[in-house]
Design a protein around this ligand. Sequence first.
Ligand code: C2E
Ligand code: CA
Ligand code: CA
Length: 699
Amino acid sequence: MSETRRTEDGALATVVSIKDQIRAGDAARARALAYGAFVRDAPLPAALLDGDLVLVAASPAWIAQGVAPDVAVGGDCGGLVGADDRGALLACVQEGVDFSRVLPSSTGDGAHKVWRIEFNACRDAEGQIYAVMVTARDVTGYAENVLRAERDEQRLRMALELDDLLVREFDLRTGELYFSDTAPELRKWCVFKDDPLEVVHPDDRQQCAEVVALRKNGEARVLEFRLNRDDGVETWVRSVGKVFVDQDGQPEKLVNLFKDITDRRRQTEAIETLAFKDPLTGLPNRALFQHRFNEAAAASEALGEMFGLIMIDVDHFKDINDTLGHDAGDALLKRLAGMLQRAFRSGDTVARLGGDEFAVILRGLHSEADMMRPIQTLQALLRRPIEHAGRSFTASASIGAVLHGDPDADPEHMIKNADIALYRAKAAGRNRSIVFEPSMRSEVERRIELLRDVRAALAQKEFTLFYQPVIDIRENRVAGFEALMRWEHPEQGILTPARFMLAFEDQELSLSLGDLALEEALGQMRAWLDQGVEFGRVAVNISAAQFRSGHLAEEIQERLARWNVPSQRLTIEVTENVYMGWGSDVVSETVRRLHASGVMIALDDFGTGYASLANLRQFPIDRLKIDKSFVQNAEDEAIVKAVITLGASMGMKVVAEGVEDAAQLAILKRYGCDQIQGYHFGRPMPAEEVAGFLKGFGA
Ligand code: C2E
Ligand code: CA
Ligand code: CA
C-alpha cells in the first residue's frame, strides 16, 4: 500500500509503507523497522519518524501520556512541531541537525503537561540519515518554576515599591554597584564605599558593630539604626544585609535592603514613654528601672561585668511639700532629676521609683571609685540653692549604694542591700552616702535569708551525709562512723554545718534535717549490710527539736524496723544542752527507751556546756565525746585526763574528737582513751568512699 503526500516544499512524494519497504528489501527501512520495535518497548515517551517524517512507532508511554495527542502512528509528523519549526525538522532529517522544543500538551482528562521533546537524527554505518528519534521528558514542574520565578521577580518589584524598600547590590568581584530605583529619599543617605557603618549615625555605630560581630558569616543581619545624615533630620532605618556565595562557596554579592522605619519608631517611642517614663521628670519609671536592672544582672552573670546600684532619697521632702507647697516639691523633683542626669553618664539608668525616691544603675564599672565619683558630683550639685517662685531653698539627699562585683553573689539581693545602705545613711543623720557592706545586714535578715535558702535546698535534695571514721586504738580497728550533714551547694560546693548551723536551731527545719539524717543513715546502713561492708556503728547527731516532739524513741524504732537495721548498729549523739534544756524529763524518757532497745547514747561536745557529770548521772550515757577544743589545746591536758578517768569511773567509754596529729594521739593513749575521731585517721567522706577506707585501714 502506498500513499501520496505533500512534502514541505510543496512537492508531492510517494511514501511507501514499511511493510512494502521490507518486502522491497530496503535496508534503511528495515533498520527503521528494527528501531521501531525498540521504540515500542521503550519505558519512556519515545517515537520514531522515518526519513519521510512519518511516525512509524510510538512507545506505550508516549501514547498513554498523550505527548502529542493529535499525531497518530502512520500519520505525518509535521503536527509534532509548530509551523515555524518544520524547517528544523527538515534540517534534522536531511542534515542531521538535532534540536529540541518545549511543547505543552493536554490529555483527554484535561491534565496539562509541558514536554521537552528532543529530535535526534539516526544514521546508518555510511552516515546516511534514515530516521529521527523523538524522545520526550516531562518538564511540567520545571516549567512552572520558571514561570513562578518570573512572577516572583514581578512580585518582588511590587513589594519593593509598595514597601518603599531600597535594594543595594554590590558585586564583590567586579565592584559593580546597583541600587533599585525605589525609595529615592533613602538612597541619598545609604551610599557607602567599604564600611557599611559609614551610613550609621555615630551614636548607633557601636551597637550595630556588636550585632554585626555576633552574626556568623552568611547569616542575614538585621539592624535598626539612625542614618548618618548631615542635614540633621532623624531617620530610622531597618536594614537586612546578606552575602551571597557562588556554587563554590566563594562570596559573590552583598545585598542590603533598607527601609525607613522612622514613623514606627516614633510610635513605639510614644507608647514606651507612656508605659516606662515618669510623667513629672521624664525619667524611666520603676518598670523600666526593673527591666534595666535585670539586664545589668544578666550581663554581670554572663560577662562578669561589675555594676552599681544607687538609691537616693530626698531628705525631709515631706516638710518641703508641706511648708512650700506641692509646686515647690515638684520643682525640686524636676531639679533633682536634672542634677542626676548631669552627675551620671548618659549610659547609666537614672530612674524615679516614685515619690522622692530615685535610683541609678551604673554599668561597666571597674572599681568602687567609679561609683563614688558621680555620687560626689551629685552631692556638690545638691549644695546649690534652688530658686522657686521667688524663694530660694536648699535640699539634701541620703544615698545608699551597692556594688556588684562578686560573681558568686546573687544580684537579686542588691536592691534590698542598697535599701539597707540608704537606711543606714538616714539613720546616721541624712545628707550622706553609704556603701553597703555585708556586715550591715542584721542578724535577723541573715537568718531569714539562710532559712529560706535551706528550705529551697531541702526541696532540691541538696543535703547529704558524710561519714567520719571512729577508730578503736586498742584493737586498731574501725569502730564505726559519725554521720555528718553536708550541703552540696550547686554554686558553692560542699558546705559544712558551720554555714547552716542556724537551720538546726529552727524548729521546723531542724526536724526536716533530722528526718533526712536518720533516713539517709539507716538506708546507707542497710545498703552496707547488704553489700557485706563491715562498718561497725553509725552515730547520728540529734537536735533538741527532735526530742521536743516526744515521739523520737518510737520514731527511731519504727525506722530501724522499717530498714531492718539492728538497733545495736545505731548510736545517737546528744549534746549536754539538750539534756539540760527545756523538757529534760521528756529527753530523759526518750533516751532511756532508746537505750533499753539497744541504741547507744553518746554525750557530744562534753566539756563545753555547763552540765556536770553528776547532773548527767540520771541519764543512761554509754559514751562521752571529749570536745575537740580540749583535745587540740595542749594546756588542757589535765582536763582531758580528768574526763577520761572520771568517765571510766562511771562506766563510760571516752571518745576523743578532733585528733589531728600523732602527738595528740600519744597523750590520749597514755590516759587510756580508747576511741579516736579526727583528721589524723580520716576526714568525713562520702558514703561511696567508706568501703575503700575500711579495706585500706585493715591493710
Ligand atoms: P560535732 O557533732 O561535734 O561533729 C564533729 C565535728 O568535728 C565535725 O564537723 C567534724 O568534721 C569535725 N572534725 C572531726 N575531726 C576533726 C579534726 O581532726 N579537726 C577539726 N578541725 N575538725 C574535726 P562538722 O561536720 O562541720 O559538723 C559540725 C557540727 O554540726 C557537728 O559537730 C554537729 O553539731 C552538727 N551536725 C552535723 N551533722 C548534723 C546532723 O545531722 N544533725 C545535727 N543535729 N547536727 C549535725
Ligand atoms: Ca557529733
Ligand atoms: Ca562533737
